[in-house]
Design a protein around this ligand. Sequence first.
Ligand code: NAP
Length: 264
Amino acid sequence: MDVFGLVGNPVEHSVSPPMHEAAYEELDMDARYVTFEPTEERLGLAIEGASALGVRGLNVTIPFKESVLPLVDPDPLAERIGAVNTVDFDGEPTGHNTDAAGVTRAFEYHDVDLSGTAVVVGAGGAGRAAAFALADAGVSVRVANRTVPRAEALAEEVPGADAHGLDALGELLADADLLVNATSVGMESDETPVPADALHGDLAVLDAVYAPLETRLLREAAAAGARTIDGAWMLLFQGVEAFELWTDRTAPVEAMNRALRAAL
Ligand code: NAP
């Protein structure tokens, strides 16, 4: 039996187990996906132990996405983002960041062209993943963040990107094609980081927030005629990308999506 899993704290309410196990069932794989909550001090031991025990792959979530980086051999994208959310134990443990593909594959799945200009709101982990992923796909990236120096630090690392405060969103969005909310604003609350009057019908809007699925941002974007993509799509495609990396098989996207949405 193949073992995959998730390392984080807390992981109790994670929807990754049902999402991945739906893939194993669909493809008739003898595999399990389990969750682990090591302490920060024992994270290194946990990675070594998983490797020694023949665990095939681990996802990594809060609060370990950055601290796991020096414990694995990160690929160049994970290194640039500065965070690992997927460890592959095929040989020495390698680190990857599939949140990046979560963003681009969510857009692509909805037939949104990865071209033109994207405004990424947020410069934390999700914002960094979105900015590098979109820039690598050929999109011009404009980063807006509450804490402007954090946006500036990110924009300096992302080719062609520039940095702004949230007060520039109206102006930035006027000629943008894509918008990603990579802040936590809207999570379990009816708030939005983007003024409704800045939204328009030529935008495709992805919200990384997935609780609730219909955030105020997505509701207002839909009212403005924009295409909307909820945070479960990003969550789905980071899982799909991890599954494909670990198994070299094409993930059963529809089965994983059904299980994920049933669990959310
Ligand atoms: P993070 O590293 O802590 O970054 C948080 C970001 O939100 C920062 O840019 C922060 O701005 C901004 N922010 C927080 N409170 C704010 C407020 N009141 N007003 C304006 N900006 C505010 O968190 P993260 O890991 O990037 O996660 C961000 C969100 O994305 C979370 O809701 C998370 O659940 C979601 N996420 C979703 C997926 C998915 O697969 N769908 C994957 C990863 C993350 P400052 O820099 O100014 O503090």
